[in-house]
Design a protein around this ligand. Structure first.
Ligand SMILES: Nc1nc2c(ncn2[C@@H]2O[C@H](COP(=O)(O)OP(=O)(O)OP(=O)(O)O)[C@@H](O)[C@H]2O)c(=O)[nH]1
Ligand SMILES: [Mg+2]
Length: 389
């Protein structure tokens, strides 16, 4: 029999996996497109070498941007399209794509030879139609007249100057060739060099688009690193929903109460992430303690009677099994409950406070049960279909 301590360690280790995820961005494109320059401009510091006349980034460089406990990883892949290395680079990129949360394909203006890019976008779509890919049309200051570069007054929504029109026409042609939706293409200038902060354009919009295309679980860390404001409640709600659907998915095959460690870990991870959105770094131990009245029951340490007290709906279950219909709403109620406390700056709610709000939220959560189960099933089917040859 594992001891309570073992069980708690196991829950924390599982939560660690869920929490340990760092946003990972892969940046790729032909040599000279401005990948390294864009990364430097986005992070506001020089992390990658920038070249002038020959391919500069020679080996894949992974840059971890750390702020306190939070991290963002950006992988700068050497330019593809160099004839003798093209296939090797593509092979490398395709090994990275499943490990990354988002890809940025940088195209340097005014280049119009987009065959490599077209093939690449198509190949990514075939490999994983849901992989978020943004295309960045960079170096837009280079359109004629080159000297006429006033990024502060550039209007690409209603282009009127010859330069604005040239930029927009190029962007439209690029989007058409690569088959992009309007939200997939961003037009930027990383500036002539790192010091050229006044020459930059579109970096804030790019950072915003990156954050919004990332999965909710890593959005907050990326938003911090890229200095993007997020709607806290909206992001927390997305996280809660995602975790509830995951919980429903875990429990699609009913699991014995005593065997619910992944579920508890997911919920601890959720609590830590919601606290993080509200600017509080909770250790997993603290989250575990906060959740102990609830989490402990999943690990079999609390009598079923007190679990029933928390989640009245459980009473209808035979044999002490947790199914998708309970696991989803439970997770939802837990998330919503702690969201309310954290949003009002209460990071140490009492057991009584938790009890009261949890019951209330669990009633509301049960109304969403079918939707959760449905989404869990369709996610499972989508995954199965993806795995099928
Ligand atoms: N005018 C202008 N120059 C840029 C811009 N972005 C990058 N550059 C310049 O273009 C050149 C190539 O930029 P890099 O950032 O090294 O390009 P890269 O895509 O990383 O190239 P590789 O490492 O060789 O794959 C450098 O001289 C940059 O200063 C831009 O938006 N405008
Ligand atoms: Mg480079």
């Amino acid at each position: 029999m594992p001891s309570e301590r073992d069980e708690q360690d196991q829950i924390i280790a599982e939560a660690e996996k869920y929490l340990g995820e760092t946003p990972r961005i892969v940046v790729l494109g032909k040599t000279g497109a401005g990948k390294s320059s864009l990364i430097n401009a986005l992070l506001g510091r020089q992390v990658n070498r920038v070249g002038h006349s020959e391919p500069t980034t020679q080996a894949e460089q992974e840059e971890a941007w750390t702020m306190g406990e939070r991290q963002l990883r950006i992988l700068d892949v050497p330019g593809f399209g160099e004839a003798n290395k093209h296939q090797d680079r593509l092979d490398f990129i395709f090994r990275q794509v499943p490990l990354c949360h988002i890809g940025l394909l940088v195209v340097g203006a005014p280049d119009r030879a987009w065959e490599y890019e077209r093939q690449f976008v198509q190949a990514v779509r075939e490999a994983d139609a849901l992989f978020p890919l943004l295309v960045v049309g960079n170096r837009i200051d280079m359109f004629n007249p080159v000297r006429d570069w006033k990024p502060a007054s550039l209007n690409l929504t209603q282009p009127s100057t010859p330069k604005e029109q040239a930029i927009c026409q190029w962007g439209q042609a690029l989007a058409k060739t690569l088959g992009l939706t309007p939200d997939q293409l961003l037009l930027t200038s990383a500036g002539e060099c790192f010091e050229d902060s006044e020459g930059r354009f579109g970096l804030a919009a790019l950072a915003y688009a990156i954050v919004n295309k990332l999965p909710a679980a890593v959005q907050n860390a990326a938003a911090r690193a890229l200095q993007v404001d997020v709607d806290k409640r909206d992001l927390a709600d997305k996280l809660i929903w995602g975790a509830s659907v995951t919980a429903a998915a875990i429990a699609l095959t009913p699991i014995p109460l005593a065997d619910c460690i992944p579920l508890a870990a997911l919920q601890i991870g959720l609590i830590v992430k919601i606290a993080d959105i509200y600017g509080k770094v909770l250790t997993k131990q603290t989250a575990c303690h906060l959740l102990s009245p609830v989490a402990a029951s999943f690990a079999g340490r609390m009598a079923l009677a007190s679990l029933l007290d928390f989640f009245p709906g459980l009473g209808t279950l035979a044999g002490g099994l947790i199914g998708a219909g309970i696991a989803g709403p439970m997770t939802y109620a837990i998330g919503k409950t702690y969201l309310e406390f954290f949003a009002s700056n209460n990071f140490t709610p009492s057991v009584e406070e938790v009890r009261e709000l949890l019951k209330e939220n669990y009633q509301k959560a049960r109304e969403k049960r079918q939707q959760m189960e449905q989404e869990a099933r369709s996610n499972r089917n989508a995954k199965r279909n993806k795995k099928a040859p």
